[in-house]
Design a protein around this ligand. Structure first.
Ligand SMILES: [Zn+2]
Length: 143
């Protein structure tokens, strides 16, 4: 888990990678940086464009993201599009809901699914994580 701040120094970003036992490549540092700046969950394609298509190969971004995912630095979310989006897992976690009509994202307070958690813990599971894939039609698009 990362403590969320708006800006990290390159040094801090490198430390995040070291702490998670990943090699510190320029691409990975840039990707983490973009994820920190992103206002909403971002796709691999979008990330690649922000980094500059010529700066690295799309597959580099993809592989880095898989590693971040395995290290629990990012989570993968599907908002009902034909691709996944990614966001950093941070302490002040918010969920997002995406409008299926205009594609805008809105932040919402983390929803606690209490009964659900209780049921799962009764099954003997602990340290549970889950994700909600939320999409709908926003108030602007309904009229
Ligand atoms: Zn909308």
């Amino acid at each position: 888990m990362l403590n969320f701040k708006n800006t990290y120094t390159k040094e801090e970003l490198k430390n995040i990678l070291v702490k998670n036992q990943m090699t510190r490549t320029k691409a990975k540092i840039s990707i983490i940086n973009e994820l920190i700046q992103a206002k909403h969950p971002i796709s691999i394609q979008e990330l690649h464009q922000k980094l500059g298509v010529k700066s690295c190969h799309l597959s580099t971004v993809f592989r880095a993201m898989q590693q971040f995912k395995n290290k629990n630095l990012v989570r993968e979310i599907n908002f009902g599009e034909d691709f996944c989006r990614y966001e950093l897992i941070t302490n002040d976690d918010k969920d997002h809901i995406r409008c299926r009509t205009c594609g805008t994202f809105e932040k919402i307070e983390k929803i606690k699914v209490k009964n659900f958690e209780e049921t799962i813990s009764k099954m003997g599971f602990s340290d549970m994580t889950y994700r909600l894939d939320l999409s709908g039609v926003c108030p602007h698009c309904i009229t």
